[in-house]
Every structure is written in C-alpha cells, then in structure tokens.
Design a protein around this ligand. Structure first.
Ligand code: AMP
Ligand code: MG
Ligand code: MG
Length: 310
C-alpha cells in the first residue's frame, strides 16, 4: 500500500477491510454452533466470536500500525498476538484509500491515535438469534475525539446479490460517510433504544420524549444505523451500560453525517486511552442538532442528576 496516502485515510481503509474479515469470523462461529458463551458480568456476555474477531482485528491493525494504541472490549485469555495467517488482514479498501484527508488530520502520527474496538456489538442479540442487530465496530480517535469509524454488519442481506452477505459503513470527519445511502429522518419522532438492557430510569427517559414510536433494537452500532437510515431520529439510553468501544465508531460516523452523540447531560465523551471505559452518564444521539437539543431539554433535571451522581 502506498505510504503517500495519509495515515488516517490508510487506517480507515485498513479498518474497513479487517472489519469485513472479522464479520466472516462472527458468521463462521455461528455456523459451527459452538458459541462458548461466558458471562463476564450480569447481563454482559462474551462468545467465541467476540474473542476471535477481536484477535483478528487487533493483530491485523497492530502489525501495520505498531505505535497506535488499540483498545478492545474483550480480555482475551488466549495470547492476543497469536492468530492464524488466515485471520491476518493487511488489505485496505480501495475506495476509502482514495478519500481526501481532512485538513485537521494531515500531520497526525500513530502516537496521536487511539482505536476502540468492539469486535461484536450486540452479543445478547447474537446469542438469541437477532443476527441483523449484530455489528463489528472500529472507532478511530485523535486527541480524544472520534474522527473516523467503521460499522460492519456481518448479516446484512444485500438485495439482488445473493452471494454477498454483509456490508460496511464508514465515516470520516469533514469528508462524509460511505458504504450505504443515508436517508432523511422520519416525519414523526421515532426513538431507538436498548432491547436487552432496560431498567426503570431508561424507561422514564423514554416516556418523557413524547415519541410516536419506540424502536427497541440491540447494539449501539445498529441503533446509530437506524438514525443514519431514517428509521429513527433520536437514540436515548439513560444508563451507564455502554462503553467507549460502543460509541466511538458510531459517534464518528454520525457526526460525519451531520448528527450528534453525547451523554444524557449533553456533554461529549472523551476517547483518550486513559478515559474510564463506561459511558457513565448514558447516551443521547440524534440525526441533527435540533432534535438532539429537543431530546436533551425533555429529560428531567432529576434524571440527569441521578446518572451524574451514580
Ligand atoms: P444495548 O443498547 O442494550 O444493545 O447495548 C449497547 C451496548 O452497550 C452493548 O455492547 C451492550 O453490551 C452494552 N450495554 C448496555 N447496557 C449494558 C449493561 N447493563 N451491562 C452490560 N453491557 C451493557
Ligand atoms: Mg458493544
Ligand atoms: Mg461487544
């Protein structure tokens, strides 16, 4: 690959390719039927697909970008660097390689970058057979801010092309998004939220929205896709359950498409390597700043205080 391509563009192109490879691992584990489910914490699961997909992504990216700090969701009991050659992916997506480099990111070095990897977002849904909710997330942050990202859907059915399963959506600050066709928001207020991690505070934040419909789907990646594809306009999750690897890629892509993702108080998360993993003050995302502001103003102060003081 030509090194004349700017670092951030090369890294995004490599991430698109390796996310597709990880998606194949996710499908292969399911076809084999030996999921190897481990309960990491209450309502928090890991399968062989989460472990293997992460090994593939981290080994492939760190082989090419040795000085980038790559943080993955899973603690792999097996040796992280020990992957079969079939998993090592050093391809780079040709279309993404042709993108322009955002002016702000022209001089960056590997040391300035933190990559957040969720090898399988929506593990509950994966184990329960809601396969279309499953995504592979690779988020790229520079100086604590998400600037680029990839959401790969291993089970996306490509209409008219029976043999090609899966698709990969990307976003790059200042440049835009690709891999799909963005759609305008629905005419009425449709909110998307968790399918499997609700609680009374999460429900209270939904009740106050005055929405015409609530779309309960799995994964932070799939929920942000609902926003990008015009199926919902706001994503509300008043819970500390999401982590940095859940929101980094979706936030980068949503922002590149003109949307906004913050916590429930309207503050941006920071994505430096030393930041705490949990997004303690929840997630509030919308397709544009006006809808984000509407939702932010609807959430009662006492609910905001409750999450902030947890
Ligand atoms: P959900 O919206 O419930 O599909 O969750 C989005 C992401 O946040 C997934 O990676 C979940 O595993 C994670 N998450 C959300 N709530 C919790 C929770 N209570 N415990 C563990 N993980 C959670
Ligand atoms: Mg996740
Ligand atoms: Mg995960």
């Amino acid at each position: 690959m030509s090194t004349s391509v700017p670092l951030i563009v090369r890294l995004l192109a490599s991430s698109v390719s390796v996310a597709g490879r990880a998606g194949k691992i996710v499908r292969d584990v399911m076809s084999k039927g030996e999921l190897g489910i481990v309960e990491k914490a209450k309502d928090d699961y890991q399968t062989e697909a989460d472990r293997s997909a992460q090994r593939c992504i981290i080994a492939s990216l760190s082989a090419q970008y040795p000085k980038i700090n790559i943080i993955g969701e899973e603690d792999n009991p097996d040796n992280e660097g020990d992957v079969c050659s079939d998993w090592l992916t050093i391809d780079a997506d040709k279309e993404v390689l042709r993108l322009e480099c955002p002016s702000e990111l022209q001089g960056i070095k590997e040391e300035d970058i933190v990559v957040w990897v969720d090898p399988l977002d929506g593990t509950s849904e994966y184990t329960q057979g809601f396969l279309e909710h499953v995504t592979v997330l690779i988020g790229i942050s520079v100086n604590e801010k998400p600037v680029a990202g990839v959401i790969h859907q291993p089970y996306y059915k490509n209409v008219g092309s029976e043999n090609k399963t899966g698709r990969t959506i990307w976003g790059l600050q200042e440049i835009g998004v690709g891999g799909f066709t963005p759609a305008p928001p629905p005419n009425s207020l449709i909110i998307t939220t968790t399918r499997s991690h609700s609680n009374p505070v999460v429900e209270k934040a939904l009740q106050v929205m005055n929405a015409s419909q609530i779309l309960r789907v799995g994964g932070a990646g799939f929920k942000v896709l609902q926003l990008l594809e015009g199926k919902a306009s706001v994503y509300v999750f008043a819970s500390p359950g999401c982590k940095k690897w859940d929101t980094c890629a979706p936030e980068a892509i949503l922002s590149a498409a003109g949307g906004k993702l913050t916590d429930i108080l309207g503050h941006n998360y920071k994505y430096g390597a030393t930041e705490s993993r949990p997004n303690k003050t929840g997630v509030l995302a919308a397709v544009n700043a006006d809808l984000h502001n509407y939702a932010l103003n609807r959430i009662p102060q006492e609910l905001k205080d409750k999450l902030a003081n947890k």
